[in-house]
Design a binder for this molecule. Structure first.
Ligand SMILES: [Zn+2]
Length: 268
């Protein structure tokens, strides 16, 4: 069975994670967060993708973006190997700027057509983004790549995006005016956001952002929250169909043309 809200519109999840049995997985919770209620394995995500017509996703493992930074290299290797053999899985290579080995890994993995760009998580990894901004963003610019950043000091990001126009920066989790202002202030138009996370339940946030900075700056993502909710939030929004298409697919295709055209079903 497939949900068919926008039958002519493809979708790609630009921001996804999963647990895979690492000792540093996102902990399975109890009570309201019990794993039966908040399933974090890849099998469930695959079922949801198939049901909603999401052709694939950009992934880093949960373990690689939580506080145990000692596992990042191993997790990057794991995901790199998985992306090589699974056509629906594309990689975000995770860098912790205090771990030089992760820069070397990224240098190698970014050469693969299966790698979308770099993921950073200053908040869970526990560093000050401003302290490492030059190192991170100059590296991204040198590789002319996309960086997916968990939000940190959003108001400072236009400065860095202006300084490194060869980089494209996705500030994840569209959540308020700060995201919208940062996109608007970037002189070279190289700041984007994604819809992933809980804040997209605000009842006009997506519509306001699209009206203000343009739907071309917004990408669909789930962050492994309910795909049905996240997809429905875009597909059933009050936006025109061409904006929904940009958010669900077109913008990602423009940023990652080769990776997305290789997804099964992309050429149908
Ligand atoms: Zn995330």
């Amino acid at each position: 069975m497939t949900a068919n809200i926008l039958p002519h519109c493809k979708a790609f999840d630009v921001h996804a994670h999963f647990n895979h049995g690492s000792p540093f997985d996102s902990p399975s919770g109890t009570g309201w967060a019990a794993c039966e209620l908040n399933c974090r394995d890849l099998g469930w995500l695959r079922e949801q993708y198939a049901y909603l017509g999401i052709l694939g996703g950009g992934f880093s493992t949960f373990a690689s973006v939580l506080e145990h930074t000692e596992c990042i290299e191993e997790e990057n290797d794991y995901l790199h190997a998985l992306a090589e053999k699974d056509a629906r899985i594309l990689q975000w290579v995770v860098i912790d700027p205090r771990r030089p080995a992760t820069f070397r890994q990224a240098d190698r993995m970014l050469a693969s057509p299966r790698c979308l760009g770099i993921k950073i998580h200053p908040v869970y990894h526990g560093y000050d983004i401003e302290e490492y901004a030059d190192a991170l963003f100059s590296f991204a610019a040198e590789h002319k790549t996309v960086m997916l950043m968990h939000p940190a000091k959003i108001e400072k990001m236009p400065y860095w995006a202006d300084r490194y126009p060869e980089m494209k920066l996705i500030i994840a989790h569209l959540g308020g005016m700060e995201h919208i202002d940062a996109i608007r202030r970037a002189k070279h138009g190289n700041i984007f956001t994604d819809t992933s996370g809980k804040a997209s339940c605000l009842n006009r946030i997506l519509e306001y952002a699209a009206e203000t900075v343009g739907a071309e700056k917004i990408l669909f993502g789930t962050d492994d929250y309910s795909c049905a909710f996240q997809y429905g939030r875009v597909a059933l929004s009050c936006l025109p169909d061409e904006d929904k298409e940009k958010i669900l697919w077109g913008n990602a295709q423009r940023l990652f043309p080769d990776a997305l055209s290789a997804l099964p079903g992309a050429e149908d």
